[in-house]
Design a protein around this ligand. Sequence first.
Ligand code: BDP
Length: 743
Amino acid sequence: MVILSNFRFSDVSHSVKLPKMKFYKTLIICLLFLSSSLSIYAQKGHDLWLQYAEITGDNLKNTYLDEIQSVTFSSQSETTGKAQEELQIAWRSFFGQELAVNTTLQNKALWLATEKELPKPLQQQLKTDFAHINEEGFLIKKLQFKGKAIMLISAKKEIGLLYGTFRFLKELQLHQPIEKIAITDSPKIQKRVLNHWDNLDRTVERGYAGFSIWDWHLLPELIKPEYIDYARANASVGINGTVLTNVNANSLVLSPQYIEKVQALADVFRPYGIQVYLTARFSSPVETGDLETADPLDPEVRKWWKNKADEIYQSIPDFGGFLVKANSEGQPGPNNYGRTHVDGANMMAEALAPHNGIVMWRAFVYSEDDPEDRAKQAYSEFVPFDGQFAENVLIQVKNGPIDFQPREPFHPIFGAMPDTPLMMEFQITQEYLGFSSHLVYLPKMFQETLETDTYTAGKNSTVAKVIDGSLSHKKLTGMAGVANIGNESNWTGHPFGQANWYGFGRLAWNPYLDSRTIAEDWLKMTFSTDEEFVRTVSDMMLQSRESVVKYMTPLGLHHIMATGHHYGPGPWVSNLSRPEWNPVYYHKADSLGVGFDRTTSGSDALSQYANPIQQEYENPETTPEEFLLWFHHLPWDYQMKNGKTLWFNMSSTYQEGVEEVQKMIQTWQGMKKFVDEQRFQKVSMLLQIQLKEARWWRDACLSYFKQFSKMELPENVPQPEHNLDYYKSLKFPFAPGIRPSWN
Ligand code: BDP
């Protein structure tokens, strides 16, 4: 079964006319048998949540096969071709057989047709359903048509048919009874984009799953099957854009030599509804040797970008646009020429507008010579520009005001720029959450941010409403996720890292989804539909985010990791040139206490939030304890809600984090019978690494903070194995994900 499930026979039989069909078929089947024993497990990981596991229950299988006996396509396009391929991949894998394709509609058929291809009476009958979906939405409905029982997948556009097909196949993967399949759905966010921090030399900044999947050297000629599988996986969750290159950009990617390579990828992704974007280095006009300035108000510079955009669109007519990191962490930008972010973004927007391209301009800025609290800087710089950006500019804002920490309050920009489209930037790669060795289910964290109330337009002004544009009627909306994908055979390194890619896609489609539902769906599609398995492992996933916060940065601590590679604890680091790069800047531990005072008596970062939040957080007693040290500097013996001291709570929370990882190990051991050997063992081994590193975080951080608290560890917290000097001495010159020059 597994052999068939991974063999895309349709790819061969439909696209190439083979003269000696029988001979080739036999040969291919023999080769598959030979290779299957070697690759069976690796392929399971490779197939992500599109496992299409064999449907064995007689009842279920028979009903599905009885109810869907053939498929008819009213549309003939590249995109519906992909829907057809996917149906066959799934059918062979679910049932060991192909799904008959008929040109005329039969009884008990699956029917794919866009709204305008439907006969008038049906269009009329489904009027209300169509009124509820947008251009990318779809409907799946069982109905009677001319005396025939039909399962209809319909949409306004072809891409909706593909999304509908994936959703239909998902329902089968979840073993949904056929009569219960009735869905009308549309994405709530327009630009659902992965950001690859991939360099042209194939290293991946903050990537922990091998090298970049883009094999630039062999493009445009070599189209790897992975590119197609990547597109299938993304389309299956509705991701419709990919930024191929690192935000710390290289202008080479805008050269004709590379545009040709980008075009080859865009051609692969197009039928799957995925647009390609590039990162644009602001100084490109200079770096290419064409001009002496990149001043955005210089007419020559404006012309350069216009010509560049025209050139790209010549090859890639549906090119998405540019993502820009400007005047941030040493990247060039308009400020270098005394100009503003508005000048820079609007110049690029002007070049892209005639082609319907967009600019995603990042708000991740903080200055090396600004003494203002780093948490305040992006807001201070961007909010005054509200309403000044061109219509095709999205400001891309990280979920929190510092930098993808295990827990941050939401970014105060959300809700504070009602006249500017704001795009959410989440980080799927786990730069600060254990790389690809820790099992941390991120959708739980994404959900926490999305459902937080900003109060900026009264009660219930959640971040999700800012992002989907509903709070202030935005025309352009988006969500970006920094990808955790590399050329590892299972794409993400950790088998559970796949859930974070999957979950990002689901939330970008619908930011109101519950992360538990997403976890359950993912588990069923990826591993097993067994109830006990799904319940137990989804509980473990949902808890995992809190556990990492506990063993790394409890009670609002943040940015206390080691330098450069960010691997492991480093709360003692104080020697870096920029003050705000040092962990001591963030925790401010001394003999009097610990934490960053961001209230009116401190940096006053709190004033960037709406009133109800200010009032609640101004006083440590009413501040949610998970944000205590983010907003307050408190004495070590500060009494917390449970009547114990801050030091006691900090120490025991670190300990709880470690114990929770121990519990994850036990839980996972009990799941052996549900998971194939290779993925089971991999997760087991990675959990041991997670435990080792959780203990390391606990011991190193508590040894460090204890010098200031001068208090004993609570009884249940073991004494650190080593002294502080030992933890400080640890070096990891080859930790992954870092630019070699930063070592
Ligand atoms: C930080 C990363 C750095 C990125 C930067 C960014 O450490 O590698 O370049 O974010 O988002 O988290 O630009």
